[in-house]
Design a binder for this molecule. Structure first.
Ligand code: AMP
Length: 480
């Protein structure tokens, strides 16, 4: 192992097998959150950390946990030798999978076992692996409670609890689930809480669940990443789509996530982009978890260049080097802006976040600027009539959209390439997918949805997993 590369991580006091994995991951220096959190976590302090997405927060909590658990690593095949010692709770399946992937990478030279469990897939497939025993379990709250109810796991030996994206968990109505889970854990444990935004609710959660936490903030709370160049265009609603196509042409070689507020508008937009000769493959809530993961993998691998996503679908996505985020619709929840633009400019990379604001959304954007304490430069959008076919009035009655989803049916096979201005038509194809938070749930009442699941957990969740209500113009939420 190169002494030089890991010198800073070595100074943090991490064990050799972890340093080796860090080096293999290509990390040379700890990020600010890692430099601050790792020593404190190694001293077994409770932490409340304000870290934006993309700051390296996963390694900030995973590495000290793995280090502390190393004496418990065992090659024994006996499940009793592998009790759950660390529990990481994440609000969405995507984030849970991502955290688990990171932990697996950092633990690869140890005998510590890890596993991820989340809703939307058959619980039976998770049980055998749980029964073999794992030291580190990453879970979404709902599915964890399903396993508790089915007695397929025990939390009685948990020494570490991590609440990742705690603000998101509260937004998604997980408070009752969190309370239930916390009541099942041993009192003597270390708690690490991470949140991109710090609201009063988050502070209350910290007061309730953490033991004299040390507060770490690598950036001002609710701040946006300085690596991300933020701009906004004022654009009439009926011109938005055309202007978006113009932007996509302008940034033709860049990977991009385009955010909408609802599943309905994400589907419509993906369909409309296709009509504007931008090849689309739509993923929506009727698709299985497997299909969603495949789409994400395709995006990560670069075979899909653009995703149309709702906030829930994109939560926790870590796509390295994502250079561009477009806010096609402005969220009414200002915190979503911080999360959205956190998809770009990760781990020190540069990014661009462009917001398209129509008349109705000016007030929402004002709220965003208040939250981030920053004025985003704005220009009036100029749409060139030749850049795209105008959005058809017929969009509103898009017959395709109201068709039932048929498995395997792509929302239009790629037909044509986006041709960057001045480039010949052989220019690289740009593929667009709509990534919708599958298994959507009505936004209200969140707690009672969870309660319904508690009353009839197995059936209710199975129903949730396979069914998504016909796309309705409602803000999407997700439980798992
Ligand atoms: P996170 O904030 O945990 O989602 O991490 C964002 C990205 O940063 C992930 O792709 C990590 O692999 C990467 N990362 C984490 N720590 C480091 C580091 N010290 N140096 C470079 N990249 C890192």
């Amino acid at each position: 192992m190169s002494e030089q590369i890991t010198v800073d991580f070595r100074a943090l006091g991490l064990a050799e097998p972890l340093l080796k994995a860090i080096e293999e991951s290509g990390y040379t220096t700890p990020t600010p959150i890692q430099a601050q959190a790792i020593p404190l976590a190694l001293e077994r302090k409770d932490l409340m950390a304000g870290a934006q997405t993309g700051t390296g927060k996963t390694a900030a909590f995973s590495l000290p946990i793995l280090h502390t658990l190393l004496p418990h690593a065992s090659t024994s095949t006996s499940p009793a030798k592998h009790p759950i010692r660390a529990l990481v709770l994440a609000p969405t399946r995507e984030l849970a999978i991502q955290v688990y992937d990171n932990i697996k990478t950092y633990a690869k030279h140890t005998n510590l076992r890890s596993l991820v469990v989340y809703g939307g897939v058959d619980i039976k497939t998770q049980t055998p692996k749980l029964k073999t025993g794992v030291e580190i379990l990453v879970a979404t709250p709902g599915r964890l409670l399903d396993h508790v109810e089915q007695k397929t796991l025990s939390l009685s030996q948990v020494q570490f609890l991590v609440l990742d994206e705690a603000d998101r968990m509260l937004d998604m109505g997980f408070m009752p689930d969190l309370k239930r889970i916390l009541a099942l854990l041993p009192k003597q444990r270390q708690n690490l809480m991470f949140s991109a935004t710090f609201s009063d609710e988050i502070k209350k959660l910290a007061d309730a669940f953490l033991n004299k936490p040390t507060l770490i903030e690598v950036a001002r709370s609710n701040a946006t990443n300085d690596n991300v160049e933020q701009k906004a265009y004022l654009v009439n609603t009926d011109k938005k789509q055309r202007f978006l196509v113009q932007l996509l042409k302008q940034y033709a070689s860049q990977q991009v996530i385009i955010f909408t507020k609802t599943k309905l508008s994400a589907s419509k937009l993906a369909r409309a982009l296709e009509r504007d000769e931008i090849p689309c493959s739509a993923i929506h809530g009727d698709k299985s978890q497997k299909e969603r993961i495949e789409a994400l993998d395709a995006f990560k691998a670069g075979s899909i260049h653009a995703l149309v996503a709702t906030d829930v679908a994109a939560r926790g996505l870590d796509i390295s080097d994502l250079p561009l985020v477009i806010n096609y619709e402005i969220s009414t929840a200002p915190e979503d802006y911080v999360h959205r633009i956190g998809r770009t400019g990760r781990a020190g990379a540069k990014g661009i976040a462009i917001s398209l604001i129509d008349e109705e959304e000016v007030k929402y954007f004002d709220e965003i600027e208040k939250l981030i304490k920053k004025q985003v430069p704005k220009e009036k959008a100029v749409t060139s009539s030749s850049s795209a076919r105008p959005a058809k009035a017929a969009n509103k009655a898009d017959a395709w959209f109201y068709q039932p989803y048929e498995p395997g049916q792509q929302a239009g096979a790629p037909k044509a390439a986006i041709v960057p201005a001045g480039k010949p038509s052989s220019a690289k194809r740009k593929v667009v997918a709509a990534l919708l938070g599958g298994f959507g749930f009505k936004a209200t009442p969140k707690a009672s949805t969870n309660e319904a699941k508690r009353r009839s957990p197995g059936k209710q969740r199975q129903k949730d997993a396979v069914k998504e209500q016909p796309a309705a113009p409602e803000i999407e939420t997700e439980n798992s």
